[in-house]
Design a binder for this molecule. Structure first.
Ligand code: HAM
Length: 430
């Protein structure tokens, strides 16, 4: 027996066959439409980047554990992008001179992370990124939250199906230092602990807190602080709150779009203030649907110019799980609208002429590539999801006619070749 190579894709990556791709194309098309209605412009960039741009700012988890790296023949250390934000910061920094800030940009890259594949987590995912560069205004936060609601709303997801939980790292830092007594050195590690708070059990968290150097009393206080919800705001210093865009949002008419939650901190190192995550309210999908935040100095890796940014990345896996859970996924499109069937091999040219007319009129049309009996071809057209067929028979053709038939109503009539597109359209959309 010959040894064949596996047909399955590499672990954690996915093939998308046409029916699934059709659903995905419709889903992403909806997202692009919403983004463009806000004035976001699409950009793209290379999948390979210098590994340094992630090692500098993305944080340890990505840099040490998840990066796919390679060395090119010239000895340069490269990485498959695990996310888009460092790339877009590079592009914005490199073109800052010709941009009219603020800019709204979006992209839809595939990103690679070496992770253990599990529900909601794969090694290659597609991520819609939407970012605003060049403004510190709280209006950016408001626009981001509105956008999130509109993106999910485009699929018919009501406000009861998801929640936007937001925090400001400066508010959290203040709570941790002023109320829990965390030191400046402990802060990054305690942020990491907060990020794991809902994913790990209490004993494990307590153990980790002890390792960081927090006392039992501090751990209990940390627990109370994180669980306080909106009430925590009352305990924070006015000066810290006055500088927080999130607090501004919470005091505005957009407050209803978002819930303040001390537990949100996010894993990436470059966020400097606002951070947010969107969650499905259904317990089946307990992972964040997507997330983002504000980063004041990521462009600082590439330029002396101060260009703040804010944005989010919305992953395809969690989004599609969400839409599936709530029965909001579109159906795959059929292969074609119409099949033009020549009754004999000699009529293949005639069928192609008719097909051209239909395609010119915007109908998705195919002709069989191999000659089969009419009955067989009708069955195949039905299976391909065609709504109508055009039958090209010798006698009809000699008289300048063809026969059109609806595969749903079985209604059939003979029409002039010159009218075929109008007639088929009439049959499909009576
Ligand atoms: P992130 O939280 O690492 O943020 O990823 C954003 C989203 O991408 C996640 O919420 C999830 O939907 C999806 N995602 C990430 N990793 C995986 C994976 N291994 N498998 C499946 N889906 C995944 C960022 O990447 C930031 N760069 C987002 C951002 C843009 N912040 C500001 N602008």
């Amino acid at each position: 027996m010959p040894e064949y190579l596996p047909t399955a894709p590499y672990r954690g990556t996915r093939d998308f066959l046409p029916p699934e791709m059709s659903v995905r194309t419709q889903v992403f098309g909806q997202l692009y439409d919403v983004l463009e209605r806000y004035g976001f412009l699409r950009y793209d960039g290379p999948i390979l980047e210098s590994a340094e741009i992630y090692e500098a700012k993305s944080g340890q988890e990505i840099a040490d554990q998840q990066l796919y790296t390679l060395t090119d023949r010239g000895g340069r250390r490269l990485a498959l992008r695990p996310e888009m934000t460092p790339s877009v910061a590079r592009m914005v920094a490199g073109n800052a001179g010709s941009l009219q800030f603020p800019v709204r940009w979006y992209s839809h890259p595939n990103c690679h992370r070496y992770e253990r594949p599990q529900r909601g987590r794969v090694r290659e995912h597609w991520q819609i990124n939407a970012d605003i560069f060049g403004s510190d205004s709280a209006n950016c936060e408001i626009e981001m939250f509105e956008l999130v609601h509109d993106l999910l709303g485009a699929f018919g997801a009501g406000e009861d199906l998801f929640v936007v939980r937001a925090n400001d790292r400066n508010l959290l830092a203040s709570a941790l230092t002023d109320l829990v007594g965390v030191t400046a050195e402990q802060l990054p590690q305690v942020f990491g602990l907060v990020d794991r708070w809902e994913k790990q059990d209490r004993d494990k968290l307590a153990g980790a807190a002890e390792e960081i150097g927090l006392s039992e009393k501090q751990f209990a206080k940390l627990s109370d602080t994180l669980g306080a919800g909106t009430a925590l705001l009352d305990e924070l210093p006015e000066q810290v709150k006055a500088e927080s865009n999130l607090v501004k949002v919470l005091g505005s008419s957009a407050a209803g779009l978002v819930r303040y939650d001390p537990l949100i901190v996010r894993g990436l190192a470059y966020y400097t203030s606002t951070v947010f995550e969107v969650f499905d309210t259904s317990p089946e999908n307990n992972r964040a649907l997507f997330g983002g935040g504000r980063y004041s100095d990521l462009a600082g890796l590439f330029t002396a110019q101060q260009i703040p940014g804010i944005g989010f990345g919305m992953g395809d896996v969690t989004l599609i799980d969400f839409l599936q859970t709530h029965d909001l996924l579109p159906s795959p499109r059929s292969e074609v609208d119409v099949v033009v069937i020549p009754v004999t091999e000699e009529l293949a040219d005639a069928a192609r002429t008719v097909a051209t007319r239909l395609r010119t009129a915007g109908l998705r049309t195919s002709t069989p590539l191999e000659q089969r009996k009419l009955g067989k071809e009708l069955g195949r057209a039905d299976k391909a999801g065609a709504q109508a067929v055009v039958i090209v028979g010798q006698e009809d053709w000699d008289a300048g006619n063809v026969t059109i038939r609806s595969l749903q109503s079985r209604e059939q009539r003979t029409v002039q070749v010159g009218d075929v597109a109008t007639e088929v359209n009439g049959l499909l959309r009576p």
